[in-house]
Design a protein around this ligand. Sequence first.
Ligand SMILES: C[S@@+](CC[C@H](N)C(=O)[O-])C[C@H]1O[C@@H](n2cnc3c(N)ncnc32)[C@H](O)[C@@H]1O
Length: 253
Amino acid sequence: MTLWKHKEQIGECTLYCGDAMAIMPELEKVDLAISDVPYALTTGGVSKSSKTMSGIFASHNYANDSQLIMATVPFPEMMAAIYDVLKRDADCYVMANDKNVHPLTQAAIDAGFGFHNLLVWDKVTPTANRWYMKNLEFTIYLWKGRARTINNLSAKQLIRGGVDKVSGHPTEKPVYLMAEYIGNSSQQGDVVLDPFAGSGTTGVAAVGLGRKFIGIKLDERYFEIACERIRAAYRQPDMFSTVLDQIEQEAMI
Ligand SMILES: C[S@@+](CC[C@H](N)C(=O)[O-])C[C@H]1O[C@@H](n2cnc3c(N)ncnc32)[C@H](O)[C@@H]1O
């Protein structure tokens, strides 16, 4: 019996449809892990009536207690599995909202990672909230083994740029954000892993930068969407000449 429902090879990308926690221990060791990991989201003060809105506010995304439903994996097990699948010296980026930054960082340190920096994405369009609108998301930047210098020494903590909405995934990240981290912590031909790849954004960025990619998606719908996005990325090899120009960075300090 295989551990995955489907496996698709597209160019230098290997996409699995299945449970990342079951598949990660079976993988070859990778050069970089980068993932927008799953966790339960709260409504952040948005009234229940707002759930009639489309996208992330759609009613099917909510349980009865108004918690957003996303499949979750305990952070300690998640970070230990990611640590184990990385090569001896490697970087790791995990994304979290404000409420999950602390427990996710603690789980990463407990798994053996070193903490480099807290990176910030200003998505410009804020999410409604009664206690300050939320326009920021966070990326915990970690290392395993020997700490390595990033490729672009001018890179700053803050990246500002709009959201992408091409896949229909409720938490789709922009390609330029994943490209920034992949470009800084890997080389051409390296293997990049996103164990919670959702609609495949990290894979699109990896293809654009000439990296190999391994992505795991739990559900079949987004597996198909991710495969199609990655095929499209191979058909558009020069996409980063324009995408990277759109990144606007500002120093936080
Ligand atoms: C925050 S989303 C990632 C979205 C992605 N950054 C994008 O741009 O589309 C996390 C994804 O992990 C998936 N997920 C949850 N548990 C999983 C598991 N055990 N194995 C693989 N994927 C899982 C969720 O279904 C969700 O699509």
